[in-house]
Design a protein around this ligand. Structure first.
Ligand code: SAM
Ligand code: MD0
Ligand code: SF4
Length: 372
């Protein structure tokens, strides 16, 4: 039945089958799939997501090293431990040489990309040699040291600065809207402009950067909101799309009562795979550590993010320390989980090839079809 919400097993099967034949679910089908919680139906959804992932990526999984190089921030996001009003926090700014060394060790450990992340640190986010110029020099030196793709997750940036950073060697820009429900956005990111944050991703694309869009689960969003975010990600033609479950902490104003049901993130991730079969979809180690990796891979993720090496004094975002000092957020630490899922680290050229095709002709990624 094409119209209306598929509800029984037959309707769900028909939607999944059409997705496997290359016909993405329509908005009402997306909304219904997002609501799936019956074990058998969820298992079928995950299986379809894995089949589509295999068709476009085979067993390839990509790893992102995470370097949170400054935890100072001018913003006051209600979901974030590092918000400006959190006076209980020991903040740090890593030196340029420490950042380069940490990025280099992650590259030597075999990650495909280095994600340079900071709070919206006023020291960097200002004109002149101590601000944007220092950030540009950092990107240039990290890129030279790691010899692989670099992502900047540096918050809201002017278009001119994004162009300069792209020229200095940045390949990706990550700046998550969290939600595309404007009222909820204003609650989550008080005092910040929805339109400016959305525009920054478009500016980044114009600057030649690949773009990642992300949303949060468990912050008061509805399934209609999530369906709206998937439509927005499609409008943006985002190269990488993610969902992460909000991790409540004692110091965070957003109450624990808001957290999502356990399946909201993986079911949404699997639906994203059906809608965007040729895109990169992360499983973040930052939310549930190594323990949470298999479920996200089983749901169709093909990137493992937030790898942090021990002994560097670097934090995660949602979980500052989880699984870091016991080396569980390292390539060696996650390999057994990849094996158990029948997945493998992709050769770096495969990742760079996918990026080149996305940058030159996004449609070309859809043509890389393998038999299921
Ligand atoms: N300051 C930059 C920014 O806000 O874009 C980068 C910092 S960090 C990568 C930002 C992202 O981490 C947020 O957009 C949010 O999606 C995620 N995040 C922050 N706190 C979180 C929490 N407690 N639980 C889950 N995700 C969180
Ligand atoms: C992650 N902790 O991937 C990182 C972060 C920012 N581009 C990524 C949220 O989970
Ligand atoms: Fe700052 Fe980013 Fe945290 Fe918001 S999410 S408070 S901008 S570090």
């Amino acid at each position: 039945m094409k119209t209306g919400h598929p509800s029984g097993n037959n309707e769900i099967e028909a939607v999944l089958q059409r997705a496997l034949e290359g016909n993405r679910p329509d908005p009402s089908e997306i909304r219904r799939l997002l609501a799936l919680r019956q074990r058998g139906q969820v298992a079928r959804l995950f299986q379809a997501a894995r089949k589509l992932r295999y068709r476009f990526f085979g067993p390839d999984v990509f790893l992102y090293g995470f370097v949170y190089f400054s935890t100072y921030c001018r913003n006051n996001c209600r979901f974030c431990h590092f918000r400006s009003s959190n006076g209980q926090l020991h903040r740090y700014r890593k030196s340029e040489s420490d950042i380069i060394d940490a990025a280099g060790r992650l590259a030597d450990a075999g990650v495909h990309l280095i994600d340079l992340t900071m709070g919206e640190d006023p020291r960097y986010l200002q004109a002149g040699e101590n601000g944007y110029d220092r950030l540009t020099q950092l990107v240039r030196k990290v890129k030279r040291r790691v010899g692989r793709p670099v992502m900047i997750s540096t918050g809201l940036m002017p278009e001119k600065v994004l162009k300069t950073l792209a020229h200095a060697g940045a390949d990706w820009y990550a700046c998550y809207q969290e939600t595309h429900n404007r009222t909820l956005f204003e609650h989550l990111r008080p005092g910040q402009s929805y339109a400016s944050r959305w525009q920054a991703k478009k500016d980044a694309r114009r600057a030649g950067l690949l773009v990642e869009e992300g949303i949060l689960a468990g912050v008061g969003e509805t399934l209609d909101d999530i369906a709206g975010s998937i439509a927005a990600m499609d409008d943006l033609n985002a190269d990488q799309v993610r969902i992460m479950t909000f991790v409540p902490r004692g110091t965070i104003p957003l109450g624990p009562c808001l957290t999502a049901d356990d399946l909201r993130e993986p079911v949404t991730l699997a639906v994203m795979r059906l809608v965007f079969p040729d895109r990169l979809i992360p499983a973040s180690l930052d939310i549930a550590g190594l323990e949470g990796l298999k479920m996200r891979l089983d749901a169709g993720a093909n990137v493992v993010t937030s790898l942090v090496l021990p002994g560097e004094g670097l934090a995660g975002v949602a979980h500052r320390r989880l699984d870091i000092e016991d080396a569980r957020r390292t390539p060696e630490g996650i390999l057994p989980v990849l094996d158990s899922c029948g997945l493998a680290l992709a050769p770096l050229p495969d990742y760079q090839d996918w990026m080149a095709r996305r940058q030159s002709d996004p449609e070309r990624c859809l043509k890389r079809v393998r038999p299921v």
